[in-house]
Design a protein around this ligand. Sequence first.
Ligand code: 4AZ
Length: 256
Amino acid sequence: IVGGTITSVESHPWMAAIFWRSRSKKKVFRCGGSLISACWVLTAAHCFHDGSQRRSRHFSVTLGKSALNVSNPDTEQTFRVDKIFIHEGFDNSDGNYNNDIALLKLRSKHGRCAEVSASVKPVCLPPPGQTLHPGYTCQVSGFGKEKHESWYNSQYLREAQVNLLSQDVCRREDHYGDMVTDNMICASSPNWSRDACKGDSGGPLVCQAADRFFLFGVVSWGDGCAQEFRPGVYTRVSNYNKWMEGKTGLSSITAG
Ligand code: 4AZ
């Protein structure tokens, strides 16, 4: 997150940290994600585009995490990954990560997955096709870089406020042109100072409506971070309710 502030997971209790276990058994941070129900985390397909989706046993998901390299047994819940579903239409042949969405099934212990607490709680999903007006203020969160040039991820969870852009503006030639499909939604801050960055991929863009937080976007791509006319691009979650219901078997997943 560029231009944001340190936050705690209690303010983003759906935040998931996805790790990959290297050959030397080291846990390497891979991507962010969002808890959408007790056993399911929504993230970006491109987090697994190296073919690693068949190696679900090499991944773990930690919920309730505020610091990347320090574990807090009082707040954290860690799971192995049972299965990774990459969207069948995920396509990067145009370099724009179309259908950049994936679901991770957490491996339950004794038939239970995530247990709700002050630091772990699923986010609501927006109703199918739901749109918010351009300018709407939302929040992006993650452990990604604080500057595009930085070598490191943030050690602490960060959040930033960003505003939704209209499809017309984001598709203008001085923005991204036709790289932006209907499966994407763009967001930026008015002076381009706040944005998601490398390492935030897969994480949540949430918008508050009627006293609840809804997951409107999954951090997907952008040209650099917090650059003029280069908004953050997010997977448009409200296009995928049917896909999510099909994979999870959960109907009315929208109710949150
Ligand atoms: C990345 O490389 C990335 N500014 C993610 C988000 C953005 C840019 C790059 C958005 O994962």
